[in-house]
Design a protein around this ligand. Structure first.
Ligand code: A2P
Length: 268
């Protein structure tokens, strides 16, 4: 129904997920995740580095939503040695016996050294699917060069303003689903005049317009919020469509030059 897609390994992923980057462990994170599940989200994206896996797990249990109805992602922190071992630790913190998706958070130390451990985590059943994050075209290619089980996801910063067409085209060619984090530019893009104009004309919020753009570009999209009404309205994106004209206008906001890089600066 346009709310999920099938990954290259046959697993299904909901196109809209709640991101919980920079949401502190504790009440704020528990509330955000529970509100999202109440609002119909079935996809939560956390990470070892976010230090809020315990709250995510608690909210998931408290929600009463069956574990197998929620797509749960966490990420390997590449400062650590062994992805298989770290996956076990994440599962303990989350209080679940598998995650749906386990990805290398960024390509620190090179793109390939951790992949064997990722594959072991997958083989052990700790992760149903495995992938990467913040990998550019060359880094993604390097992983494919060594993989027995190839990555099915690359999660990168993506929005009309960070419209990395080269990277998107490569992901499509390799059947790697591109997941957009910071689809609202961590909030910075919500005040853009053109985004606001489109939103006003359609009777939508700027956030809904940016999330809808990502969906129509074929992405999985992970907006973050800790406010209940925003979490709810950010999910109201399956009952309208942007025209080709509006999509093209939003495409034109790109400031990356359509690069195949994963981000502007290597920050690790
Ligand atoms: P908050 O968490 O206080 O609600 P991104 O997903 O690009 O990282 O953007 C997240 C930022 O955008 C957060 O600061 C969040 O604030 C804000 N945000 C998320 N959804 C909305 C919304 N619908 N309206 C206004 N701000 C929003």
């Amino acid at each position: 129904d346009g709310r999920a897609r099938v990954l290259a390994d046959g697993k299904e992923i909901p196109l809209l997920g709640l991101g919980v980057w920079q949401v502190p462990d504790g009440r704020a994170c528990e509330d955000a995740v529970r509100w999202a599940l109440d609002a119909g989200y079935r996809h939560i994206d956390t990470a070892q580095a976010y230090r809020n896996e315990r709250s995510v797990g608690r909210a998931l249990r408290d929600s009463g939503v069956p574990r197998d109805e929620v797509f749960l992602t966490t990420k390997f922190f590449p400062g650590r040695e062994d992805p298989e071992r770290e996956a076990q630790r994440s599962l303990e913190r989350l209080g679940v016996d598998y995650v749906d998706l386990y990805i290398i958070h960024w390509p620190q130390g090179g793109p390939t050294w951790a992949w064997d451990g990722m594959q072991r985590a997958h083989e052990r059943g700790y992760a149903r699917s495995i992938g990467v994050s913040n990998f550019d075209v060359a880094e993604l290619g390097a992983v494919f060069g060594v993989a027995e089980v190839p990555p099915v996801v690359n999660q990168v910063q993506f929005s009309p303003f960070e419209f990395r067409r080269g990277l998107l085209a490569e992901c499509e060619r390799r059947n790697v689903a591109l997941e957009a984090y910071s689809p609202l530019g961590t909030g910075r893009h919500l005040g853009d005049r053109q985004v606001a104009e489109i939103a006003e004309r359609l009777g939508r919020t700027p956030a809904q317009v940016l999330i809808r753009w990502a969906l129509q570009r074929g992405l999985v999209v992970l907006p973050k919020s800790t406010h209940r009404e925003r979490i709810e309205s950010n999910a109201q994106v399956f009952d309208f469509a942007l025209t080709d004209e509006d999509m093209a206008a939003l495409d034109g906001l790109d400031r990356t030059g359509g690069t195949d890089r994963a981000q502007e600066h290597a920050w690790w």
